[in-house]
Design a protein around this ligand. Sequence first.
Ligand code: AMP
Length: 389
Amino acid sequence: MPKLSIRDLDLKGKRLFIRVDFNVPLAPGGQEITSDKRIKASLPTIKYALEQGAGLVLASHLGRPKGKPNPEMSLKPVAARLSELLGRPVKMAPDCIGPEVEAMKPAPGEVLLLENLRFHPEEEKNDPEFARKLAALCDLYVNDAFGSAHRAHASTVGMIQFVPKAAAGLLMDKELEYLTKATRNPERPCVAILGGAKVSDKIEVIQNLAKFVDRLLIGGAMAYTFLKAQGRPTGKSLVEDDKVGLAGELLASLGSKLMLPADHVVAAELKEGAECQVVEAIPEGMLGLDIGPKTVAAFSAEIAKARTIIWNGPMGVFEKPPFDKGTVAVGKAVAASGAVSVVGGGDSEKAVKSAGVADKISHISTGGGASLEFLSGIELPGVAALTDK
Ligand code: AMP
């Protein structure tokens, strides 16, 4: 069911609560932001709401303070950076609920940033009383924190029952638009590329993608568990022995849709610059650390035909050259395909960046866990809770 968008709300003179994802990386000590990417990602929503005449209450978690105030995980540096980016003052609240915060409720055009939601254990417990107090700060609610939408917390789900309307922000809208486009009725051929360390992290994703993709290309360490299930040699490569049986079942159900690596880059140790060779059968004592050139060619041919591409996880240990070659080549093939391409967050985003093709990808998700859950076919609680259109 499509959800209400911030563009559907009448914001003039309203106090709008925006759940943002300002979970930025901080240097030790918690004073300096090392990447403001997440703040910038919600600027379109914040600016739009201000232009429409709303007063803004912004709220986020930051890190894992485990339900207790912790000055090293304060959102204060974020308020300062946001103020610079917006070119207007951003008031910093001493907490996220309570009389002092209520006294700071913003007038139209003003921006108030609440202190870290997770300083209260009630946030992650989705406590109704805490949720009611958050809702008391606003007239309307918007969720722009896609990266937290897979969590049913007070600020992402609980407080929505206490507000008249809850809508998706512009960033959330974009995430849902692309992920929905890629997974429901995609333009065909639809090719999914999965990689990364473990099969166990992505079983549900594989099962769900299998229902609708035309091809599933598997690289990265997760491929070795499948190769083992086929009875092929895996040497010292990362294999999840307890998942070999399941990999066998997936192989049987996926049939010819599934493509596994036909050759591998192997080395005796996982070290940057380690001496390596290309093999079709992984020798005993060797580690498979990247897909080989034959696999790159075969995967690239499938990618070139695709009209929709879903990519999650690197093809090898891309952080340590020369084991980045497969991931870089696949990234370039995706970029050259002209297909609608959707890439998961986290390591997949880093992989696309290291391939130098980030600007050629239609959409790079801002939520690693949330995009994986979406690709697993699970309805995200933070999305389900929003008001239907
Ligand atoms: P994930 O978070 O599941 O997407 O996994 C990403 C991690 O998988 C990266 O840190 C890669 O270095 C790692 N990875 C990919 N291929 C291999 C491999 N062949 N052997 C060991 N680690 C790998």
